[in-house]
Ligand binder design. Structure first.
Ligand SMILES: Cc1ncc(COP(=O)(O)O)c(C=O)c1O
Length: 414
């Protein structure tokens, strides 16, 4: 007879169920692998057991994750403020790097104020939850980031509508059909993370104004990337500084890539969120080290605005090289360059073969993207050399061709 207690036996049952789930994913070819990096993020990363590989899938759009000034700022804050906040802000105070970063973020985003969270996931969930009451309606783009989708679930607004992707007319219809509401929130990604396209923000802002609604834009992939000076999709469309627009973003991508997120908007909004949004009340603040290195990343962007133009030029080059190599990436203005390959298994297999060739590009499949639209998502960084871009594009084309997925679905030109 086994000496295991009933609780241990129940745990073992769960473990074996989960093992079966993993095995099924393995058999279906949909199990994601997660290489271990032993170097900082950058154009070439060290992968344990493999050595250096060309990285074409990080969010380090401006190459600031290992920028010496960004790293030094974090180190200085580590020495000055220790490892972390050791408490929630309202219980034990916020740190000077929080105040400085939030002030600089507000200036950068041209808003009255900004408030940081430990991630943009948290920022989105906090914002939606805090703004929704029994008379609030939320109108969300079908392809919004998972943090918005889950944030809406958590917030349980009185009315929820999902409009077709980037379709202002469908949004208009959904607003017209909605019951009488007190507050209306229209929520969209600025740059869509899986497609790399931009939201039709001028039309959305116009509809928001017509319906006395507030437009919330999560520009995690647009900040530092889109717009003349990297202020994102709002800058691109001339919408910075509008009182009826709330911006959310991450510090975990172009702005140094560490972690953290923020809400930028009116002073009252940020004050209310600081007072009563749940992650502010029940979870530690951003580590001061991260706040300091993110602030330095903003400073680098201010001092070297040419970085954004460089990223744009390198992205155009990547698109051109992929086309020359026979692929047809989705069009777009961001640094996300997706190549649709169809089946999840194909996307994962292409990515596996690429890693064997020393090129790190992730394949995305179901449930991250709808079934049948699996893709290889290339992300460009200003830190990549032209030679790395050309090599990467050729390697991707070779792996897609090798796999002999139907050309049209592989994003290969007929
Ligand atoms: C559009 C969008 N919003 C939010 C997030 C989450 O950001 P964070 O990693 O800061 O939680 C991401 C990250 O993938 C994203 O792409």
């Amino acid at each position: 007879m086994s000496g295991a207690s009933p609780t241990q036996r129940a745990g073992a049952g769960l473990e074996s169920e989960l093992r079966a789930e993993l095995e099924a994913m393995g058999e279906a070819g949909t199990l994601k692998s997660m290489p271990v990096l032993t170097s900082p993020q950058g154009p070439a990363v060290e992968v344990e057991g493999r050595g250096p590989v060309l990285c074409l899938c990080s969010n380090d759009y401006l190459g600031l994750a290992a920028d010496p000034a960004v790293v030094r700022a974090g180190l200085r804050a580590l020495v000055a403020y220790g490892a972390g906040t050791a408490s929630v802000r309202f219980i034990c105070g916020k740190f000077k790097p929080h105040v400085e970063l939030e002030r600089d973020l507000a200036t950068f985003c041209e808003t009255e104020a900004a408030l940081t969270y430990v991630s943009c996931w948290n920022a989105n969930a906090a914002l939606l939850d805090a703004l929704c009451d029994e008379r609030t309606g939320v109108f969300s783009d079908r392809l919004n980031h998972a943090s918005i989708i889950d944030g809406m679930r958590l917030a349980r607004p009185a009315h929820k509508a999902v409009y077709e992707h980037a379709d202002p007319e469908d949004l208009r219809r959904r607003l017209a059909e909605a019951p009488a509401l007190g507050r209306r929130l229209i929520v969209t990604d600025g740059v869509f993370s899986m497609e790399g396209d931009l939201a039709p923000l001028p039309e959305l802002a116009e509809i928001a104004a017509e319906h006395d609604a507030t437009l919330i834009v999560d520009d995690s992939h647009g900040i530092g990337v889109v717009g003349e000076t990297g202020r994102g999709a709002l800058e691109r469309f001339g919408l910075l500084g509008r009182e009826d627009v709330i911006l959310t973003g991450t510090l975990g991508k172009a702005l140094g890539g560490a972690a953290g997120g923020f809400v930028a908007g009116g002073a009252a909004l940020c004050a209310v969120l600081e007072q009563r949004s749940r992650p502010q009340l029940f979870s530690n603040g951003l580590p001061p080290t991260v706040a300091a290195s993110s602030r330095q990343a903003l400073a680098v962007l201010r001092e070297r605005p040419g970085l954004v133009a460089e990223l744009r030029a390198k992205t155009a080059l990547m698109r051109a090289e992929l086309s020359t190599a026979g692929l047809a990436p989705l069009e777009g203005e961001s640094a996300i360059v997706p190549i649709i390959v169809g089946e999840t298994r194909a996307a994962i297999e292409i990515s596996r073969r690429l890693l064997d060739r020393g090129v790190y590009v992730t394949g995305f499949g179901y449930p991250v993207v709808p079934e049948g639209t699996a893709r290889v998502r290339v992300q460009v960084s200003a830190a990549l050399s032209e030679e790395q871009i050309a090599d990467g594009a050729r390697a991707i084309a070779a792996a897609a061709t090798e796999l002999a997925v139907a050309p049209a679905r592989a994003g290969l030109r007929r």
